[in-house]
Write a protein that binds this ligand. Sequence first.
Ligand code: DGL
Length: 272
Amino acid sequence: MARASDTRPVAFFDSGVGGLPYLEVAKRLMPGERYVYLCDSAGFPYGQKDRQAVRDLVLSAVGMLVKKTTPKALVVACNTATQIALAELRAAHPELPIVGTVPAVKPAALSSRSRVIGVVATARAVADPYLSDLAARFAPDCTVIRRGEPELVDFVEKRYMDSNRAQRLDAIRPAVLALAQANADAIVLACTHFLFLANEFAELAGPGIRIVDSRDGVASQLRRVLAAGPGIRKGRSHGHDEFWYTGSDADGTRFAPFAARFGLTLAGCIAR
Ligand code: DGL
């Protein structure tokens, strides 16, 4: 069984650039793999669409990604897409190992002393029963305060690259202050886009509030899934990781700095 020589790439998928910090952590853990990334810019933002629309967009975008890049595993690096479409994605691609992104409510609850936890996510995700179930399962004795932050998603997607530290702190201030005032001692970054602002969240929240995310958990799960299935390629990075998007060719200009920052080649637009 020549599993470790399976040279197919590992695919990451999000509505926008939010999945990139997840890819970064996975790449650090498994540098020998080849990675491809798809940003569904034509479908962005998922967080402000209804369930059916998100489901359709996710199934169609992943279908195109799979056709284009024939990956050996897929990470849905988007909480909203995971909550709404993970089961259907698995049904549509039964041969493909798929890892989802689950808000880190469990680790937040484990370490919380005040028993008040903040969850910042998309508007769609905070309204979804998935999050209530997660809270009931892993934080039954905690008050879980959910904040839908559509403007923050937009900030990261469209303005982050040109922003300065003061603007980033301003963007997260309302969420952090409200959660601090409510006595939360953990804030779960439950939209992958917010990982771009993890340092600012930590800075503004201060040492009394833990900022929790699922990057390490997702990367470890990917490693388990690869080890159990197609295998893990050893060695150093191949330097051929690709960034794809679904919008229009014009989006390339906006994504070029993101691709460069994460060491990906801007591969182009996959048409819908
Ligand atoms: N990055 C996505 C998430 O984790 C959603 C952003 C959006 O499209 O609204 O939920």
